[in-house]
Design a protein around this ligand. Structure first.
Ligand code: TXA
Ligand code: MG
Length: 319
């Protein structure tokens, strides 16, 4: 299949309108979208990604009023989050309306809804005239794409259109929040933090994988580069060992220069936000040059640190 690479939102919208898929930029990561109301079109997304059919998609909207088309009820906990964080890097889970095909929600009676802050993404949705179901635009299991080059690596000749836009501002996927209950439950941490959600509702919690998996995508090994991902051990002895001579095939990413010595490839991030923004693209860069092991600095699971630790744990393939 030939892939049209374009910076025209109209051209990309025309693909969506005719039941095809198109990759597009958002402020979190790039997505691959299709008309959320068209079952056949949505199936093409699963096929291109090699995504398991039991992993539901997020439906993207451009106007808040479209939430009531997709969801049965906007709960009080959802209302607060929507008014504070839509448009933005947040997804709310609500009970779904019949109009949404089962393929989108993997047969669940709930639906994930997000209104991106990215103007290009919202323009695409408006011009398409429908809601757009879209997962991240990577092959299933690979790190999410944060620029269009990553998308082309994974999706060229697998999808008919890639809409080129800016690199992702946040670099990690949206915070997914279950709003079907009395209080918000974070199922996937992201750039909007538990601490921020708690300001709206003090009972909000982050539910790490316990018992029944609520966010099906969280059960898979994910976000993983081909290289082995390890945590940098902070003990001095270990640092000494790592720094004795340059370790070929080994890379480091983190916040602390002190741990970076002795690695062949190094990314020292300026801030925790910078760490989040660069993590996936660093994974991809390391794979391209044949790095075998990526050592990542652990961060405190506070604020956006919770999202970084969640992605790192998945990349290591540990639960
Ligand atoms: O930032 C993002 O969220 C990006 C951009 C493109 O919007 N999208 C994204 O989609 O990360 P995806 O498909 O890679 O991740 C969606 C996550 C998965 O973990 C999925 O299981 C969960 O949301 N999810 C979707 N629908 C759900 C539902 N009804 N209940 C619980 N979790 C759901
Ligand atoms: Mg994904």
């Amino acid at each position: 299949m030939q892939t049209t690479i374009t910076n025209s939102v109209k051209i990309a919208a025309d693909f969506i309108k005719k039941g095809e898929v198109a990759a597009f930029p958002t402020e979190t990561v790039y997505g691959i979208g299709a008309n959320a109301y068209d079952e056949k079109a949505v199936r093409k997304i699963f096929k291109a990604k090699g995504r398991p059919a039991d992993n539901p998609l997020i439906v993207h909207i451009a106007r808040k009023k479209d939430i009531s088309v997709l969801a049965k009820e906007i709960t009080p906990s959802a209302k607060k989050i929507i008014s504070e964080f839509f448009p933005g890097p947040v997804t709310v889970i609500l009970k779904k309306n019949e109009i949404v095909p089962d393929v989108v929600t993997a047969g669940l009676d709930t639906i994930a809804i997000r209104m991106p802050a990215s103007k290009i993404a919202r323009e695409l949705i408006m011009l398409s005239g429908v809601a757009i179901a879209a997962p991240s635009a990577n092959l299933s299991g690979s790190p999410s794409p944060t620029n269009f080059i990553h998308v082309l690596r994974d999706m060229r000749n697998k999808i008919p259109c890639v809409l080129v836009g800016p690199s992702a501002r946040y670099g990690l996927e949206s915070t997914v929040i279950d709003c079907t209950g009395k209080y918000p439950v974070i199922l996937r941490p992201g750039s909007v933090t538990l601490e921020q959600i708690k300001k709206l509702d003090k009972n909000a919690v982050y539910q790490k994988r316990v018992g029944k998996v609520k966010s099906p995508g969280q059960k898979y090994k994910h976000y993983a580069p081909k290289a082995i991902v390890k945590f940098v051990k902070r003990e001095t002895s270990n640092v000494k060992r790592e720094t004795s001579n340059v370790k070929r095939g080994k890379a480091y990413i983190g916040l602390n220069k002190k741990y970076a010595k002795g690695f062949e490839v190094v990314k020292v991030c300026k801030s925790i936000e910078d760490y989040a923004k660069n993590l996936f693209s660093f994974f991809r860069e390391c794979d391209e040059i044949g790095i075998k092991t990526i050592y990542c600095e652990k961060v405190t699971e506070k604020g956006i640190g919770a999202a970084i630790m969640n992605r790192l744990s998945k990349a290591r393939g540990k639960k």
